[in-house]
Design a protein around this ligand. Structure first.
Ligand SMILES: [Zn+2]
Length: 152
């Protein structure tokens, strides 16, 4: 199923510019999944801070990461030092973006989104509804099939 692969974690190497605390830095995206990226930068990124990422092409948009203010607005989830061969300190950081719910189409922050067994991303409200439906397993299955069909 190609639609699942489209949103699975993929290795890549994309040069970006990001703005964090009003300063501009260069970084490299090493990993993309729907709703989040992993990047490496020469600077420490404070977890919890807002970040605006600018990419030269539309490589993030293909992952349904929305554009606001000419860039991608996200939040730093975590940051840690990663060792490199040449000894220079490099920081790896996980960034999350707002995610569009597969069912209602509204945009939510990462902590309001839940992932179902069949890789759908749903807001808490839709997730709750889906849970109610799961009592009648067949309905849930057909609804998820329907939604996955919409995704690709
Ligand atoms: Zn929803």
């Amino acid at each position: 199923m190609t639609d699942r692969r489209k949103f699975s974690r993929e290795k890549c190497e994309i040069d970006i510019i990001y703005f964090c605390n009003q300063t501009e830095h260069k970084a490299k995206i090493c990993n993309i999944s729907r709703g989040g990226i992993y990047l490496e930068s020469d600077y420490y990124l404070e977890p919890g801070s807002d970040i605006l990422i600018k990419v030269a092409d539309n490589s993030l948009e293909t992952y349904q990461i929305g554009v606001i203010d000419g860039g991608h607005r996200g939040e730093v989830l975590w940051c840690k030092e990663v060792t490199k061969n040449d000894g220079e300190p490099i920081y790896g950081a996980g960034i999350s973006f707002a995610i569009v719910c597969d069912k209602c189409g509204e945009t939510f922050s990462h902590n309001e989104i839940r992932k179902t067994d069949s890789f759908l991303l749903l807001c808490l409200e839709c997730f709750k509804q889906m849970k109610v439906l799961s009592d009648g397993g067949k309905i849930k299955e057909s609804l998820e099939k329907h939604l996955i069909g919409n995704v690709c």
